[in-house]
Design a protein around this ligand. Structure first.
Ligand code: C5P
Length: 405
């Protein structure tokens, strides 16, 4: 199932150069399974033609409040009643000022005002020059629009079409899509603080070489995203991987197991849930060479001595907060066989209430996975699906267990 299947989105465009990105957004929404009805202001139609958006949405576009195509001549009522959400992207400074005052002198603003406020959310993706963005009037308008029930996405930072650099660019279409998908997820972790470890660790041998493993970090990143979508504040302690940070997640990059342990120690005090998905190296090199270990012609091989790394999860699970129930710990186990047996034993050994087993070779680097949840009550399978789907299911399972703590 696509992330927005069964959702009908009314995509509103107000006037701004970011209208060119709205074409991509329209396409991305359709690809995510939504049906999209585009409504444009006349100013927006100066930047991009309705023809483009009609072709991308596969529906005729509405611009005028006097559009006689609707039998009752009330496009503002008909269009807003069908919507699961109205997304205005770009939302110009002028358009937001207009919404704030409840003005309704064109179809888009009229439709926003006429929407059933309790049933049809209004989501705004602002786009403007950095000075306009920073202006107290804009900031005041945004605060008031939020208080009036609109959901205002943040803005991007960087080069602007006007040649200046700063805050105010419209988010990229993919970011708006991610924000919208998150908006529709049930907020089962609202108020929770979730700390996640993800990815491999890298244990240096010398300044240029080291030991690592094949963990891609995808499961942990998906869990961080799913927890954030579910309304939690999320900190993601990530080993060396090149994955994009999920929107809204605070990422802390680390390299070695010791760095990961220090980052976890720094943030775990504020966490209510700890999910350890990282494939932490069991050992590190005892004496890391200060210079590159050189190959010489003597035939002598370098000797490496190892020391054991701390078990980060087991350490956290032993803490007073975890034992008192203030911190709920979830561990992972990557096994090659006898998953239930090994996962059950690992749950005991780590001292965690929930342990999630998966088959290592069937998950490393892949976009999908299958999970086995083991807790005091028994075990439960989450059948093969995308890692994001499984992460959302796991987040839901964690939230149910939190209710019982
Ligand atoms: O013992 P094993 O490595 O199989 O345990 C896996 C679980 O323990 C995972 O949740 C992993 O993130 C965590 N772990 C850890 N620190 C280690 C080793 C494993 O947090 N040094």
């Amino acid at each position: 199932m696509s992330d927005l299947s069964n959702k009908h989105i009314v995509l509103g465009l107000s006037g701004g150069i970011a209208c060119y990105k709205a074409a991509e957004l329209c396409r991305a929404l359709v690809k995510a399974g939504a049906t999209v009805q585009v409504v444009m202001t006349e100013a927006a139609a100066q930047f991009i033609t309705p023809v483009t958006l009609q072709a991308l949405s596969n529906r005729t576009v509405y611009v005028s409040q006097w559009d006689a195509r609707e039998p009752n001549n009330m496009a503002h009522i008909n269009l807003s009643r069908e919507a699961d959400a109205i997304v205005v992207a770009p939302a110009s400074a002028d358009f937001m000022a207009k919404l704030l005052h409840g003005r309704a002198d064109d179809l888009l603003s009229l439709m926003c005002l006429a929407r059933p406020i309790d049933r049809v959310p209004l989501i705004l993706a602002p786009a403007m020059n950095r000075e306009m963005w920073q202006h107290p009037a804009t900031q005041r308008n945004m605060a008031q629009l939020t208080a009036d029930g609109a959901y205002v996405l943040d803005v991007g930072q960087g080069e602007q079409a006007c040649g200046e650099t700063g805050d105010g660019r419209m988010l990229e279409p993919e970011e708006i899509l991610e924000g919208l998908i998150a908006f529709f997820q049930p907020k089962v972790l609202a108020g929770q603080h979730v700390l996640v470890t993800a990815g491999p660790t890298y244990e240096a041998m010398d300044p240029v070489r080291g030991i690592t493993n094949l963990s891609s970090g995808k499961m942990g990143f998906s869990i961080a995203r799913a927890a954030c979508e579910a309304g939690a504040e999320v900190i993601l302690v990530a080993g060396p991987v090149h994955l994009p940070t999920p929107r809204g997640v605070l990422r802390v990059n680390v390299r070695s197991a010791l760095e990961m342990q220090a980052a976890v120690a720094k943030h775990v005090g504020a966490a209510s849930v700890f999910v350890a998905t990282a494939a932490v190296a069991d050992w590190r090199v005892a004496d890391v060479a200060g210079q590159k270990i050189k190959k010489d012609d003597s035939g002598q091989l370098p000797q490496l001595n190892f020391v054991e790394n701390p078990d980060i999860l087991a350490g956290v699970a032993q803490s007073a907060r975890a034992k008192s129930g203030a911190l709920y710990c979830v561990g992972f186990a990557a096994e090659s066989h006898d998953l239930l047996k090994h996962a059950t034993a690992k749950r005991e050994r780590k001292g965690v209430p929930l342990l999630v087993g998966n088959i290592g070779p069937a998950t490393f680097g892949l976009d999908d996975n299958a999970l086995l949840l083991v807790d005091a009550q028994g075990s439960q399978e989450l059948p093969r699906a995308s890692k994001l789907t499984l992460a959302r299911q796991l987040v839901d399972e964690i939230s149910r267990r939190l209710e019982k703590v």
